[in-house]
Design a protein around this ligand. Structure first.
Ligand code: ZN
Length: 258
């Protein structure tokens, strides 16, 4: 295991590091963080009774079962990318956006035990796929659901953000304050990066009370949204309920992320 980690580090250099304003995360830490996130998600799912599964999640139109179905199938989709890197045979995450939505809707209607088994087994399958990926396959380029080409090593982060954020979306007991600061920091950088790519939220700057700055640094008269890192991240991901302050009369509504 350490072999590929070191090789991945050397091959990918700084691109493989999380060099953010909140510390730096090594590849070894990344695997630990995704495993902790998987355990966190499982824990939250365990905290939801079978009866509560049909109740509202924190995502509009999705029940808790939809969130669980999505996270379960997401592990299988990411495992397809790991398989792609291992075999060189192109296996996309999903056949289509419609196919992805159909499988979520279908599994959301399954018996609770079946849905829980999907989540636990798919998580184990993905972890096993990472554990068995040869050292020289981690730099293999695979394609994300949004069409971006990334090295297979990126699949660890792709899964990390899913399990940590959707654990809170289950609307059980967790909050963004339970998510590690390194994960929140990278999520925020991903979110503002996506806004910049799409030309959204121009002139917006996020300032965490911990002293970190994200977003448009060059705007002459920026709209500044401020909050603690967990609150700011929750707001930036388009989740309701976050309390941020702003130098304008109102904070804008951020689009949903993930
Ligand atoms: Zn998701």
């Amino acid at each position: 295991m350490l072999g590929w980690l070191m090789l991945g580090w050397l091959m990918l250099g700084d691109g493989f590091r999380w060099s953010g304003s909140v510390g730096t995360m090594s590849p070894d830490d990344m695997l630990q963080t995704v495993r902790a996130g998987t355990a966190f998600f499982e824990n939250q799912l365990d905290a939801v009774s079978n009866e509560q599964l049909s109740g509202e999640s924190l995502l509009p139109t999705w029940t808790r079962s939809h969130v669980a179905a999505h996270v379960g199938y997401n592990a299988l989709a990411i495992a397809r990318l790991v398989s792609w890197a291992e075999t060189g045979i192109e296996t996309p995450m999903y056949d289509s956006r419609q196919a992805r939505e159909t499988e979520i809707d279908t599994a959301a209607g399954w018996a609770p035990d079946t849905l829980r088994t999907l989540c636990s087994h798919s998580g184990m399958l993905l972890d096993s796929a990472w554990s068995h990926l040869p050292d020289d396959s981690w730099a293999w380029q695979v394609q994300t659901g949004q069409g971006r080409l990334v090295p297979a090593s990126e699949t660890i982060w792709m899964r990390t953000r899913e399990v940590w954020l959707h654990a809170v979306d289950l609307n059980a007991t967790a909050t963004y304050g339970d998510i590690p600061a390194e994960v929140l920091d990278r999520v925020l950088r991903d979110v503002v990066g996506l806004w910049a790519t799409r030309g959204e939220m121009a002139g917006l700057r996020l300032e965490s009370v911990e002293g970190h700055i994200y977003g448009d640094r060059d705007a002459p008269d920026p709209h500044i949204v401020t909050g603690e890192l967990p609150v700011l991240t929750q707001w930036a991901c388009g989740r309701a309920g976050a309390a941020t302050t702003s130098n304008r009369t109102e904070s804008p509504t951020a689009p949903r992320w993930l």
